[in-house]
Design a protein around this ligand. Structure first.
Ligand SMILES: [Zn+2]
Ligand SMILES: [Zn+2]
Length: 177
């Protein structure tokens, strides 16, 4: 599915698509789609710019920031974007981008791939940090145990040998007070 300038010169384009998991290449791979991604999008030409308005909704599987267990989250977003032909960049850099131009993207060649627009919007819709549950205890930094499942094995006296100098320093600090 391509949002092509040639076609937009003749008429606006509308898409209503469902992307099954695996059909969009998200590259980074820190999440995966847990359900089909629904996208509605309209595109029209404004001068040399492609104006894209749309919304998407779906469900992602991410890793808990503390224990790395999979967590599913719904995402939904609306977007209103302008894409300029890449040849316009040089001129804008001379002029300097105005603050309200921050939503401006660029396209190379004949237009935009719908999947690229969608992938970018999914990245922007990603939750900053997810936890499987508020009480998730994550991993112990000392023994590496998943504290949701097992007890910490560090014990009160065990100190990582690499941290021993630090422990000594802390002890000295305390005693010198
Ligand atoms: Zn967790
Ligand atoms: Zn531990």
């Amino acid at each position: 599915m391509f949002i092509g300038v040639k076609e937009l010169e003749r008429h606006p384009l509308r898409f209503h698509e469902e992307f099954a998991p695996g059909t969009i290449d998200f590259r980074a791979g820190e999440f995966r789609q847990a359900a089909p991604l629904t996208v509605e999008l309209a595109a029209e030409l404004e001068g040399a710019e492609i104006h894209v308005v749309g919304r998407l909704a779906g469900r992602l599987e991410l890793a808990c920031a503390r224990c790395l267990e999979p967590v599913e989250r719904d995402i939904a977003s609306r977007f209103d974007l302008h894409y300029r032909p890449v040849s316009a960049i040089a001129r804008d850099e001379e002029v300097g981008l105005k603050p309200d131009d921050l939503e401006v993207g660029f396209y190379v060649g004949e237009g935009l791939f719908l999947a690229d627009v969608v992938a970018e919007q999914v990245y922007l819709a990603l939750p900053m940090k997810v936890v499987c549950r508020e009480e998730c205890r994550g991993f112990c930094p000392g023994c590496g145990m998943n504290l949701n499942r097992e007890a910490c094995r560090c014990g009160p006296r065990a100190v990582d040998p690499r941290l021993a100098p630090l422990a000594e320093w802390v002890a000295k600090k305390k005693s010198s007070r």
